[in-house]
Design a protein around this ligand. Structure first.
Ligand SMILES: CC(C)(COP(=O)(O)OP(=O)(O)OC[C@H]1O[C@@H](n2cnc3c(N)ncnc32)[C@H](O)[C@@H]1OP(=O)(O)O)[C@@H](O)C(=O)NCCC(=O)NCCS
Length: 170
């Protein structure tokens, strides 16, 4: 595993490369379109919480996005999409991007993050099953796929229903 990726917040110049990463990483354009839609939604998008991982030459290989959601009425962040260009899978770029995003969120004073994703991937970042915190969603999802994390132990996760930003369409 490559140990060092350069991580930083996206700039406007990164937008086409981020779209290319999503198009390459996912079977359809759904996630690429979602990222673009979230970027234009001021209620969802938070500057500084779209993080990229780049190689030494500045080529982008990974992307992790946090956008505003709510757990009932408590502001929280939704992690995803997370994507790495297929040629670089399992080289640590996804982890680097996710960790950079979570660190940036913590530095901004954010407390809570939810993710809907691979239940064997996200626990390495501290995510635990959302249902044990009384957190759920309004649609059917495997229980283990919805996970949550508090960035600050002084702010335990609230219980409630995750309300996603409009571009998620859920
Ligand atoms: C999931 C993804 C972002 C991981 O990025 P990555 O850079 O390959 O992952 P890292 O190198 O940081 O971590 C590698 C670990 O992730 C695990 N992993 C990778 N893809 C996984 C998946 N789909 N499900 C579960 N675990 C996965 C690997 O098995 C490896 O585990 P190990 O450390 O125990 O050996 C990347 O594989 C990807 O873009 N996949 C396609 C898009 C996708 O599924 N995004 C996530 C949606 S929830």
């Amino acid at each position: 595993m490559r140990s060092m990726w350069i991580t930083r917040a996206e700039t406007s110049a990164d937008i086409p490369a981020i779209r290319e990463i999503d198009l390459a990483a996912f079977p359809t354009a759904l996630e690429a379109d979602l990222v673009d839609a979230l970027r234009t939604d001021p209620t969802a998008w938070i500057d500084g919480l779209s993080l990229v991982a780049a190689d030494d030459n500045g080529n982008l290989v990974g992307h992790a996005l946090l956008t505003r959601c709510h757990i009932d009425d408590t502001p929280a962040l939704c992690l995803g999409p997370v994507a790495v260009t297929p040629e670089q899978h399992k080289n640590g770029a996804g982890s680097a991007a996710v960790l950079a995003a979570l660190t940036a969120a913590k530095d901004m004073g954010e407390h809570h993050v939810v993710v809907l994703g691979h239940p064997t991937y996200y626990p390495r970042f501290g995510f635990t099953r959302a249902s044990i915190h009384g957190i759920g969603v309004t649609f059917d999802v495997p229980d283990e796929a919805l996970m949550a994390l508090t960035l600050d132990t002084d702010h335990p996760l609230p219980s409630g229903t995750v309300r996603y930003a409009a571009p998620f369409g859920i």
